[in-house]
Design a protein. Sequence first.
Length: 349
Amino acid sequence: MSQSSNPHLTFKRGGSTFDGMIETLGAAFGEYRAELVSPVDDFQWSLDFSNFDCATVIKGFHRHEFQFQIQPTTSAVPHLSVVLPRSGGMGVTYGSREAVARHGKLLLYNNLEAESVMMYGRSNVIDELLLDWNVVLQTLDQTFETPFSGSLNLLPELEMSTPAGQMIGSLAETVIQGLRDPSVRSPVAMAHVTQALADVIVRLVPHKLSHLLDRQPCMIAPKHVRRAIEFMEANISQPIRMPMVAEAAGVSIRALQLGFRAFRETTPAAYLARLRLRAARVDLLDPANASSTREICLKWGFFHFGRFSAMYKASYGEGPSDTRRRIRGMPPRACRQQKTAVGGWISLT
């Protein structure tokens, strides 16, 4: 293993060839093409991977600048990257736009949206925290009470001197410390901190849904709507009919429907379906859950698998079976016969 110029860094993988680094990165993150900015004879690199549940941290060191084009495969797992430069810098391009993280500035991006990455500096040390994109989606769901798919259009650059940058940087450092040091790692604490990080990013970093955070306090739902939601959540796994919900809320079915239309912009039945869909997704995202996809579908009151699958894909951008295969580390069916390397491309299938 090569030694970096910083003796305080310890890496699990390293080498002295550019191709060796590309092979290691390709095996871990998928398909892309990389090239040095200029030919060199003394390229050195080191990588340290640490992961726990829904988060991974990578500390990377290398000498000499390089760039790579990202070509996500259908089996690539989406995540939110929080880039903290220690030395040198890192840039990410989106079409004609480039966002750059250097000293005093962090970078946020979805790995499936970026088109290319550029690494700056002859002695480059980067900490990159990868947060499972499903944590972000669940946070959006809970914050805005609506499923979300597609690009969030996050503001990619963030000054560390701003209040938002300080908060996000501090939480990211806490997660990184917990990932690297097993002696202080707590599953409960890590779950809370990663959730807090996602919540702060959703609330403090400008994105496509930010305008919804400015909704006026007068839109707080009245008591009968809140009672109806509490009843639904408490009995979500049981057969529920709308007369039962209206009785629990203490209003007529008509008043219940009007309340949900005015304060939740949906019907009571659609809101219940959304709660059940969210509960099914939690089960599907749990790698320890041994139930089949159909069993989970039935558990949460969806008796027509085709309709459930269509609703799920419309809400989360993938089918329920695809979620289950991805969480279990299996490639989607369409990718199972692909080769692991094609020409000069590194492909993870």
